[in-house]
Write a protein that binds this ligand. Structure first.
Ligand code: LRH
Ligand code: MN
Ligand code: MN
Length: 430
């Protein structure tokens, strides 16, 4: 038995209000899909088996470089964060794991594991932080970390990553994600080649410390905090890293880390083709690394990414098991509501991609029928799959309408009365 934070009878009462409508919507959609030979229950089971990890850093209100406006009941520490994450999972049944960020979430591994077990939560990829200085560290990362010109600073950054692996190992994680802010702000400030050589050497030391059943994810990002050049700036560099390090190294694609208009779904296809797609940080953006809620700005792009993933599944690509994580920053919403909504949007894109008639698509591609090929994707994308998502949640003890149920539960007001009010302040980066 796990500790359920949102009382089961609250979920049941809310579901009761919506059960009849869902039943009839699900039957109608089932009938519609059956006309094209799709078994709705098969799709619902696949959707129910699709999970995405929640970032521990996402349940607190984020901020920008300018300010942070905290909400009520901000989590005080990782154990509060885990409770917030559990609420998301209880309502969506889509997020049974949490991705930790160290040192922000540093705690006794036994206590972390016990709390996770009590809530029925596991731990996804560990994230290291060498893009900011921890209060007690010896060497500053102001001028870089894993690629720093100073060997002692690089060694400290390597050591920190190894510590993340050790902590992760003790709590059941199986992957380390490394994102660094290293780069330069002026032409001439750094030697591109030497800097990348130093980075690769540091990463090789981290790679050596990986347990056999672990994967190492490197995350590229075009710019920020370095504004002239970034060491791991794009998927090409990321691919070189994964290739150089070895078979346990893979590329992580954060949807917000590309230049505007970049064809991200094509990057995904390339990485799959060459066996180096490690996973995702889902979010959405309009201008840069905005960290907006997944599917909130460009839901079609999210669908197109999932179209590539389902295509790979369909082709039976060997050893294909990308890690799915959310990486968002919530400035104007209740973070729990945003994460609930994003988990649903991610599942929605997956469900829609499952509906693509792949045989027809292949036929149109072979006939150079561009219009019908595009129409085949659009047909799946236009399908309102909400009854499938709701039914997948309901069947696994979740809420038919998770945001409404969350509001009805009064959780935010309760934690606001237990957790001290946090004052606003100047900005951070996430
Ligand atoms: C960097 C990033 C990366 C970090 C997270 C806190 O932009 O997306 O994934 O780990 O923010
Ligand atoms: Mn990210
Ligand atoms: Mn980011």
């Amino acid at each position: 038995m796990t500790d359920q934070i949102i009382a089961a009878d609250v979920i049941a009462a809310e579901n009761e209000k919506r059960a009849a409508a869902l039943k009839s919507d699900y039957a109608a959609l089932g009938e519609k899909l059956a006309r094209t030979g799709i078994d709705i229950d098969a799709v619902t089971s696949k959707v129910a088996d699709f999970f995405v990890a929640v970032p521990s850093w996402g349940v607190g209100t984020g901020g920008t470089r300018f300010a942070r406006f905290p909400g009520l009941g901000e989590p005080r520490h990782i154990f509060d964060k885990l409770e917030d994450c559990s609420v998301i999972n209880e309502l969506t049944r889509a997020t049974p794991t949490v991705s930790l960020h160290i040192p922000w979430d540093k705690a006794d591994p036994k206590e972390l594991k016990a709390k996770g077990d009590a809530l029925g939560l596991g731990f996804d990829a560990m994230n290291s932080n060498t893009f900011s200085d921890a209060p007690d560290q010896t060497h500053s990362y102001k001028y870089g970390s894993l690629s720093h010109v100073d060997a002692a600073t690089r060694a400290q950054a390597v050591e920190h990553n190894i510590e993340c692996i050790e902590l992760g190992n003790a709590i059941g994680s199986k992957a380390l994600t490394v994102w660094i802010g290293d780069g330069s702000n002026f032409p001439g400030q750094s030697n591109f080649t030497r800097q990348f050589e130093r980075y690769l050497a540091s990463m090789a030391d981290i790679y050596k410390a990986l347990p056999d059943d672990w994967r190492l994810f490197t995350e590229h990002k075009m710019y920020e905090p370095a504004f002239y050049s970034t060491v791991v700036q794009d998927w090409g560099t990321n691919y070189l890293i994964a290739q150089t390090l070895g078979e346990k190294a893979f590329c992580l694609v954060d949807l917000g880390h590309h230049a505007p208009n970049t064809n991200i779904e094509m990057i995904v296809a390339r990485l799959i083709q060459f066996g180096k797609l490690g996973g995702f940080h889902f979010n959405d953006s309009k201008y840069g690394d905005d960290d907006l809620d997944a599917g909130s700005v460009e839901p079609y792009r999210l669908f197109l990414v999932f179209n590539e993933l389902v295509d790979a599944e369909h082709r039976g690509v060997k050893g294909f098991h990308p890690a799915h994580m959310i990486d968002q920053s919530h400035n104007v919403t209740d973070p729990i509501e945003s994460l609930i909504s994003s988990a649903n949007e991610i599942r929605r894109a997956y469900a829609q991609a499952l509906l693509v008639d792949r045989a027809a698509l292949e036929g149109f591609q072979g006939d150079n029928d561009a219009l019908m090929a595009s129409e085949t994707l659009k047909r799946a994308y236009r399908m309102d799959v909400e009854p499938i998502l709701a039914e997948a949640r309901r069947r696994h003890g979740g809420a038919i309408d998770p945001v409404a149920t969350y509001r009805a539960s009064g959780y935010r007001a309760r934690v606001a009365s237990e957790r001290p009010t946090v004052k606003g302040g100047s900005g951070g980066i996430v």
